[in-house]
Design a protein. Structure first.
Length: 178
């Protein structure tokens, strides 16, 4: 069995009707996935499945969510190994974090057609790295709000993306042992 995480765009973000995590677990279990669990109520679903094509997993999940909830969302799948690799690469290792700073990882569904210059600066944020299909950003909340970053990332990379705080990514990785 392979351990996966599905990052679901727009779940409990205010864009769509609120979703209970029990319902998401039920939908994933109905797809035949094993050891299904959610992390935080923002559309992070951990599960196990036999080795499978990432695109077909994403399509199955998106279709089931639309059918069961009426929400047209995108699912971005990563394996536990890929998440562990991102963490071991320590993309924020050189960042001096203050209480007003927030660290983010934006997952892209596919390899970007464009390449954002790194470091890339915007109003109140800096893109510090792009590793494979993940963009790492630091937001200074004293000078901007997180949606500014998300809007700019969407303009650069399209809508097949979803952003998580780095704390959430770390929490996801730690949950596999539980």
């Amino acid at each position: 069995m392979t351990s996966y995480v599905a990052f679901l765009r727009g779940i409990n973000s205010g864009q769509n009707p609120a979703q209970k995590m029990d319902n998401l677990r039920r939908i994933f279990e109905g797809l035949g996935f094993q050891r299904v669990q959610t992390v935080i109520a923002s559309g992070n679903v951990l599960f196990e499945n036999g080795p499978a094509d990432r695109t077909s997993l994403e399509e199955r999940i998106e279709k089931a969510l639309l059918s069961e909830t009426g929400i047209a969302t995108i699912a971005i799948i990563r394996t536990l190994g890929e998440i562990s690799d991102l963490i071991s690469r320590d993309p924020f290792g050189q960042v001096k974090v203050s209480p007003t700073m927030k660290l983010y990882a934006t997952f892209l569904k596919t390899t970007p057609a464009t390449r954002q210059e790194v470091p890339g600066k915007g109003t109140g944020y800096t893109i510090i790295a792009i590793l494979d299909t993940v963009v790492f950003s630091v937001v200074d909340l004293s000078s901007t709000r997180t949606p500014t970053l998300m809007r700019d990332l969407e303009a650069e990379f399209g809508k097949d993306i979803t952003t998580r705080s780095w704390a959430t990514v770390l929490k996801i990785a730690s949950r596999w042992g539980s």
